[in-house]
Design a protein around this ligand. Structure first.
Ligand SMILES: [Zn+2]
Ligand SMILES: [Zn+2]
Length: 147
């Protein structure tokens, strides 16, 4: 049975959303179709991930590029590993991590909007959140679980 997915994750609008293309985001958790949905109220985007028996809706963000197809990023619900706030937002996608748990893992950096500290998130299988620290010398390099 298909459970209907409804409503906007950004503003809470409960009505139907506008359907868009199927896209491949740069940071998918699963290699399934991601269908763009837009809210007619706040105009923010979401991605519906279509499993055989249900649909998972995530927030999405589109990065327009000149003369090329836009990049799509999935924004996962990430609790801050420092202060447990749910008020986080994606900051850097496919970040370089000096000490990954496994080289198979990809990491995104999420910034907490309450305590301002960075988190590193991996997606393989399930979502794992680590406290993260920016390297003092190389600002594009991140460290997991600083002492
Ligand atoms: Zn909305
Ligand atoms: Zn926090």
């Amino acid at each position: 049975m298909t459970i209907p997915t409804q409503g906007c994750l950004w503003c809470g609008h409960a009505g139907p959303l506008l359907a868009g293309d199927s896209v491949t985001p740069v940071n998918p958790q699963v290699s399934l179709l991601h269908e763009v949905r837009r809210c007619p109220e706040c105009h923010e985007a979401m991605l519906d991930i279509r499993w055989p028996d249900h649909v998972v809706r995530r927030k999405g963000r589109e990065y327009k590029r000149r003369f090329r197809r836009p990049l799509w990023v999935v924004i996962y619900p990430v609790p801050c590993a420092w202060c447990a706030s749910a008020n986080t937002d994606a900051y850097e996608i496919n970040a370089t991590v000096a000490n990954p748990i496994s080289t198979r893992f990809k990491y995104d950096i999420y910034r907490c909007l309450d305590c301002q500290r960075p988190n590193a998130v991996s997606y393989l299988g399930e979502i794992h959140v680590h406290r993260a620290d920016q390297d003092r010398e190389f600002h594009t390099l991140w460290h997991l679980d600083p002492a």
